[in-house]
Design a protein around this ligand. Sequence first.
Ligand code: NDP
Length: 451
Amino acid sequence: MAVSDHVNLKKFVAGVKRRNPGETEFHQAVFEVASNVFEYISDKEIYHQTQILRRIAEPDRIIIFRVCWEDDNGNIRVNRGYRVQNNNAIGPYKGGIRFHPSVNLSILKFLAFEQTFKNSLTGLPMGGGKGGADFNPKGKSDNEVMRFCQSFMTELHRHIGADIDVPAGDIGVGAREIGFLFGQYKRLSNRFTGVLTGKGMEFGGSPIRTEATGYGTVYMMEDMLKHRGENMDGRVCLVSGAGNVATYAVEKLNQLGAKVVTMSDSSGFIYDKDGIDAEKLAYIIDLKTNRREGLSEYAAEYKVDFFAGERPWRIPCNLAFPCATQNEISANEALLLINNGCIGVSEGANMPTDQDGIEHFIAAKLLFAPSKAANAGGVAISGLEMSQNSARITWKEAELQNLLREIMANIHEQCVTYGQQPGSDYINYVKGANIAGFIKVADAMVAYGVV
Ligand code: NDP
């Protein structure tokens, strides 16, 4: 990068920090994109003149609201709900809803910002948004979760719509919550439209939406290996998380002949040297989605080690798939992975590796797929759920499986095109994804003029 670009980048990042004090996750996400985009646009005056990156880093609007609900003991509880509508240059706002006690404005702004580039990479007409609440569904009864979802949607319904903003699930928001949210939207608006994705198959859902994020994360790794003339067969893999993304990543890894030896949740991780096969995975899905218990039960059932309060990255492996949450791989853990023989990381969760960790991976020339590329399969199938809802039809599963595979291959290709390091055969997928995701949104914004 030229010296003047460095100076401009520093000024830009200082401005983002000044305008968004204390929002560390948002600063981290903007810096990661800006460092690549500044280099790319250094000789492209139009993007400077029109201040495109500055505009993408300022959400179109943010809605913050009180969510009041009554628990099973008759107590009135109060939470805070949010929707960040980041950018709709290339389509309606689109992005998940997260229910977790850690939810705050910084986390949702980083997620909505990232989503803008990710959705662009899919090639589908979707803008970027994200929402959620600091509500913890853990330990709540189904009725409490239902009352919370109804209250949340009572405000949110004014701000969303099939052509305006189409939320989906994320951490803490699965099939049960989407059902309650959609039911309340329909009741308030008297409309049956594709206003949420990840819906049940009985009411407008799409085949393979549930599997798509995890499968896509593994396809991305498969394509990176293929690009180097290698494959997945027999690879020892670490997976973190035990939710939607993690479980379907494990399913696909098993199908492709890899061996998954860890999974984790907020209580710790399991290390199963023999591999988490299809039968054991079915046990985990039941444990997490029906019984809603911690992974120590798996350790007791299959007599394997459980490490309370720890993350799995110190276990030797060939490939790693962080699928739990943001900043779950620190710089030290990135070094541990590299030193223990890991050759590839594909991010199922959003921004699971911190900035120094990413720099270690790139310096060591790992195959490293950043989340905005690696986990875009979920939102891609959500985009196709929107198309099916508009046409009032359901496509066949095989057709969607092929489309998902094609979309992930296309994202890989875009990363290769824009991420090739000059004078080397190393592909910097972070740079590739950031630039490819930026171009389409930026060109649409230039076409609209100053709005
Ligand atoms: P789920 O709620 O289904 O699962 C999340 C998993 O991560 C759970 O096992 C949870 O543990 C664990 N977890 C959550 N927070 C922490 C934490 N602070 N420390 C350790 N473990 C934690 O969510 P998803 O699988 O849907 O989402 C996982 C990640 O993937 C998120 O980053 C999300 O933004 C991203 N993502 C999801 C998409 C989707 O389609 N669902 C699409 C694209 C990205 P526990 O079971 O104990 O709660």
